[in-house]
Design a protein around this ligand. Structure first.
Ligand SMILES: Cc1cc2nc3c(=O)[nH]c(=O)nc-3n(C[C@H](O)[C@H](O)[C@H](O)COP(=O)(O)OP(=O)(O)OC[C@H]3O[C@@H](n4cnc5c(N)ncnc54)[C@H](O)[C@@H]3O)c2cc1C
Length: 395
């Protein structure tokens, strides 16, 4: 059995083929940064598992945000370096889906301000230093994919705004220090009536109303705004400009969801290869059975394709593309769906061991599922790509 340390590096040299499939898309600075993230994981995460309970996952997430900040891991978020964010999420997800979620949410909450070069309350700066934890509050119980149907409203109040409504499925709800909140300033105008606000967790009228407990550890919950008054300075961008900010943020971050999926898939494939090499049935190693080899091969091919799509999208953005909506949607749709298949195949190769609570592939099986849903479901990504083709945006 090869060590965890060498295992985490297998993904980055092409699954042992001494060929990094994304080498052409990254710079020397990304390789150096990857070493830093790997070193952080080896030291701070090690062979420890993500906690099992919601309370423990929340405490661990708070601890990780500070440690990651001190280690400078949020630098690519601050610099708008999409490929750096891909590297971070791929490595972190290999080691700990919870650590990956911590990185993802610092990105989601800091990016709206950073892309506008505005930082109400100084929260984005503190987020990328790991001094504050952020959340991104768009979804509501009755407004998921259909963002424009949200009912949280913000009405002018003196020189500020008064928010009323509620949000659901919010990552870091209850542990975040600030929330990037989308609310309608023009009900009836759909997405074009949305505005974006930065709301501190201690604002009057802001309430964390409870956890939504997932099958994999991930701090998730509901929040409410009960006559929550924020100053005019809490507005990010223009009144009515919220949807544009939200979509520009997701453009940059959807490829990182693809990278996280590849990290989880890479870990699952590594676990499957290690198991197949060691386990004997019918007097032979599982790895010698061609039906097992086909599973490993299909996973390696899909993983490589997913990584290429993710890094292609990041490379396009970093080299100056204004929008990468199509590239990001393709990467997210393909990589998250492929990762689900890869993790499932790994469970199959592990046999009964793969469904035991506490086994890494069981943890991955539960963790990878949400990636096909959050930041726009697979179906929504297909609507983006298909709609773009039909309109003639690409192809
Ligand atoms: C782990 C996790 C973390 C999350 N974190 C956050 C967060 O931090 N902040 C936040 O704002 N939200 C967050 N979400 C919410 C997430 O973005 C939504 O769950 C997602 O956008 C889908 O919305 P929904 O769940 O209401 O599903 P629905 O929109 O009700 O969709 C249900 C199904 O219908 C399909 N569907 C919907 N519309 C169409 C259509 N037009 N054509 C075809 N199919 C369609 C969907 O693809 C899906 O399969 C998180 C969700 C999860 C699971």
């Amino acid at each position: 059995m090869r060590s965890w340390k060498s295992g985490s590096r297998v993904l980055f040299d092409g699954g042992g083929l001494s060929l990094d499939p994304v080498a052409a898309f990254i710079e020397a600075s990304h390789r150096e940064y990857r070493e830093r993230v790997l070193a952080f994981c080896e030291e701070e995460i090690g062979e420890g598992r993500d906690p099992d309970t919601d309370a423990a996952a929340r405490a661990r997430a708070r601890e990780l945000v500070g440690r990651m900040g001190q280690a400078g891991l949020f630098r690519p978020i601050a610099e708008g370096d999409v490929r750096g964010c891909l590297v971070a999420r791929e490595v972190l997800a290999w080691w700990s889906p919870l650590a990956d979620a911590v990185f993802a949410l610092q990105g989601l909450s800091a990016t709206p301000g950073l892309i506008r070069d505005e930082d109400p309350g100084g929260w984005a700066e503190r987020a990328v230093a790991g001094e504050a934890m952020g959340a991104f509050a768009m979804t509501e119980w009755e407004a998921g994919s259909d963002v424009g149907s949200m009912t949280t409203v913000a009405v002018p109040d003196g020189s500020g705004f008064r928010l009323n409504g509620g949000k659901a499925f919010i990552s870091n709800a209850g542990i975040a220090d600030f929330y990037v909140v989308f609310a309608s300033t023009d009900p009836g105008a759909g997405t074009w009536g949305l505005s974006c606000f930065v709301v501190p967790a201690d604002a009057d009228g802001f309430e964390f109303t409870g956890s939504l407990v997932m099958s994999a550890p991930h701090p998730l919950g509901e929040v409410k705004f009960n006559d929550c008054v924020v100053p005019g300075a809490a507005l990010l961008g223009d009144v009515g400009g919220g949807f544009k900010i939200g979509m520009a943020t997701l453009d940059r971050l959807r490829p990182t969801v693809a990278a996280a999926a590849c990290g989880m898939a890479g870990r699952a494939l590594w676990e499957a290869v290690e198991h197949a090499r060691g386990r004997e049935q019918f007097g032979k190693r599982l790895a010698s059975f061609q039906l097992i080899q086909e599973k490993l091969s299909s996973s390696a091919i899909e993983l490589t394709a997913g990584r290429l799509l993710a890094y292609r999208a990041g490379w396009e953005k970093d080299r100056g593309a204004e929008r990468i909506t199509m590239e990001a949607a393709m990467a997210k749709a393909f990589s998250t769906e492929a990762a689900q298949r890869i993790v499932d195949r790994a469970v199959q190769v592990l046999g009964g061991r793969g469904v035991l609570a506490g086994h890494p592939v069981d943890h991955l099986y539960r963790s990878v599922r949400a990636l096909r849903i959050y930041e726009g479901t697979t179906e929504i990504q297909h609507l983006i790509v298909g709609g773009g083709l039909v309109r003639g945006d690409a192809g």
